[in-house]
Write a protein that binds this ligand. Structure first.
Ligand code: NAP
Length: 281
């Protein structure tokens, strides 16, 4: 039995789609805080169990009879260490023999604020005694392509300077997670999951120009200015500051890696930024 947390989210859904290629639906458990959100998964024969990262008892109940858990990091930034600690405690109290955790690229050296909760979670896993494997996910290409309409109108704006971004499509990371969940002997492994071809934001703007036929430029702004711009387009201030910090971290190489773990796991090249732009367009 394989349990996927965050199964109502974008990554979780893609992981389950991929798992269905190798694993019978009745051996997959979708753990979600709101089962109504995944009625479609239940219709496919997947077991749906209610579990909230903030409710240890719900997690212990959901993990009954489970062998492997994919802990997809929570989206509630700031509460994640305590929430992930609950998931790890629940695994300790049940029969779980492997936790796969979606961490962040270069977690142990990353300058990004976002890395702190991931490092804390990696440490909790190391102390837990439960066998675990780390899936250190790089940036999703979708983090950029979801802003494509704005980029086509106003240009690409960021603070990553010439920092290289080794992004890959969300579906690439999902395929890798599903592969690890069905492979043997994964305990103790650390995968640095990154796109095969890194690019700067200047290069990103050039690819948008090539694909769209409209000239798009990159404008580098100070980190505080980027935060203001993101607040201006509707992001909450705390989240805007975290995103700007991540780009500033990228300028120091925090979102770059030349690891080929991702393409090796999925057995094909990662999705190029050009293909992600085409898909988004
Ligand atoms: N690598 C990157 O570029 C990148 C970018 C963004 C996020 N991330 C991280 O990767 C994770 C997965 O990405 P994603 O795109 O799938 O994010 P997403 O679509 O926002 O999904 C987040 C999932 O976490 C669940 N969740 C949040 N709080 C919970 C709680 N208290 N109890 C149980 N479940 C809870 C959500 O449940 P509901 O459906 O009930 O809300 C949802 O299923 C994110 O949560 C975040 O940690 C990575």
């Amino acid at each position: 039995m394989i349990l996927v947390t965050g199964a109502s989210g974008q990554l979780g859904r893609l992981v389950i789609d991929n798992l269905l290629n190798t694993t019978p639906a009745n051996q997959i458990i979708a753990a979600v805080r709101n089962p109504e959100k995944v009625a479609d998964l239940a219709e496919k024969g997947i077991q749906v169990r209610q579990a909230d990262y903030s409710d240890l008892d719900s997690l212990v109940t959901a993990m009954q009879g489970v062998e492997k858990v994919l802990l997809i990091s929570s989206s509630e930034v700031g509460q994640r260490t305590a929430q992930h600690s609950n998931v790890i405690d629940a695994a300790k109290q049940t029969s779980v023999s492997l936790i796969a955790y979606t961490s962040i690229l270069n977690a142990d050296t990353s300058p990004l604020i976002l890395a702190k909760e991931h490092v804390a979670t990696e440490n909790l896993l190391a102390e837990s005694g439960v066998p675990y494997v780390l899936l250190r996910n790089g940036w999703y290409s979708e983090n950029y392509t979801m802003g494509l309409a704005g980029a086509l109108e106003h240009g690409v704006v960021g603070c990553a300077e010439d920092g290289k971004l080794s992004t890959a499509a969300r579906t690439d990371y999902a395929e890798a997670a599903a592969a690890v969940l069905v492979k043997d002997e994964q305990a103790g492994k650390v995968y640095e999951l990154a796109g095969d071809n890194a690019f700067t934001l200047n290069e990103y703007a050039a690819v948008i120009s090539k694909v769209s036929g409209k000239t798009v430029a990159y404008q580098n702004v100070p980190e505080a200015e980027l935060t203001k711009i993101l607040v201006g387009v509707g992001l909450p201030e705390g989240f805007a500051a975290i995103l700007a910090d991540s780009e500033a971290g990228a300028s120091k190489g925090g979102l770059f890696s030349d690891s080929k773990d991702l393409s090796t796991l999925i057995g094909r090249p990662t999705t190029s930024i050009e293909d992600s732009i085409k898909a988004a367009l």
